[in-house]
Design a protein around this ligand. Structure first.
Ligand code: ACO
Length: 273
């Protein structure tokens, strides 16, 4: 929930607020808001004109950036509420603590590999963010700099070049290089279908290119049509695993079946990962 000046919370303005689009941060975009609203039947108790008037204040811009240490709790919360929505207190709280500890004290990245956690945050913009700390410092894939204006985490994505879930190469079973791997993609329920996951993936692709990767891969639960649609719409293709091949898979429920998906990243100025 966001509070706008005058002390009015957004949720009191409209019970349907979570269904509003999130990408209209400036007055320059108000005409597209009007257009969108004029197409919808109703916007809760707000008239379209009122929403347009207050939108620059109440509709926070979504910024996709690398997670920082102060985002950890919300990253854990987004993960648990998205992947284990059926759990309630106290189990959900224990899960979040467990995830938080895993994030902060989790396995370190093998030498030569990269890992980062991306977050989509609302209520901030890169311009009004003030940092304390060192740009280069990292803790478990999280930037260790602190921002005084952190925003609210609505979506997450992990990207790495660890290649734990890609087949090893050659007799020495070396890690594959040049393929970035996406995991833990999640968007809080009330922020879904607003293009947040798409933006996280676009940022992950840009990051992978900047690491010099030539392609990007992921595993998606075969019984998750929403996520499968998402990746297909972003140009990922399903890869047929040869019969009998023992390709590594994420360690989740033993009966879960995965679709292995990949996308080529085109960049002429690439170096090796
Ligand atoms: C590699 C992995 O991590 S796989 C794990 C994926 N994560 C989960 O299943 C956790 C629970 N689910 C979620 O967090 C979200 O529903 C996500 C991440 C799957 C999608 O996040 P969103 O921000 O809602 O996706 P976004 O709005 O960017 O959708 C982009 C496109 O994906 C497809 N899509 C997304 N969700 C759905 C859905 N529920 N049903 C059908 N298609 C969907 C649509 O084509 C959509 O475009 P459209 O809205 O214009 O039709």
């Amino acid at each position: 929930m966001w509070t706008i000046p005058l002390g009015i919370s957004v949720n009191t303005l409209s019970p349907n607020f979570h269904k509003l689009p999130l990408f209209y941060p400036s007055r320059a975009h108000q005409s597209s808001i009007s257009h969108h609203l004029s197409r919808s039947d109703s916007v809760g108790i707000c008239k379209a004109s009122q929403v347009v008037e207050i939108f620059p204040i109440v509709s926070p811009e979504i910024v996709v950036r690398e997670a920082r240490i102060e985002d950890c709790w919300e990253v854990a919360e987004t993960h648990c509420s998205s992947f284990f929505p059926e759990y309630s207190f106290p189990l959900d709280f224990v899960l979040r603590i467990d995830r938080l500890l895993a994030l902060v004290f989790g396995l370190s990245v093998p030498s030569g590999c990269r890992r980062t956690c991306l977050v989509a945050v609302t209520g901030t913009s890169e311009d009004d963010t003030f940092f304390i700390g060192d740009e280069e410092l990292k803790i478990a894939g999280f930037g260790a700099k602190i921002s005084l204006n952190k925003g609210y985490v609505a979506g997450i994505l992990t990207l790495d070049t660890v290649a734990d879930f890609l087949p090893r190469k050659g007799p020495l079973r070396q890690r594959r290089k040049g393929i970035a791997y996406v995991s833990n993609v999640a968007v809080r329920e009330r922020f879904r279908r607003k293009g947040i996951a798409k933006r996280l993936i676009a940022k992950a692709e840009a990051q992978a290119r900047s690491w010099g990767c030539r392609s990007i891969a992921l595993h998606c639960d075969l019984n998750n049509p929403g996520a499968t649609n998402l990746y297909r719409s972003q140009g990922f293709k399903s890869i047929n695993i040869p019969e009998g091949a023992k390709w590594p898979q994420p360690r989740t429920a033993p009966d879960m079946q995965f679709n292995f998906m990949m996308k080529l990243l085109h960049d002429k100025n690439r170096t090796n990962c």
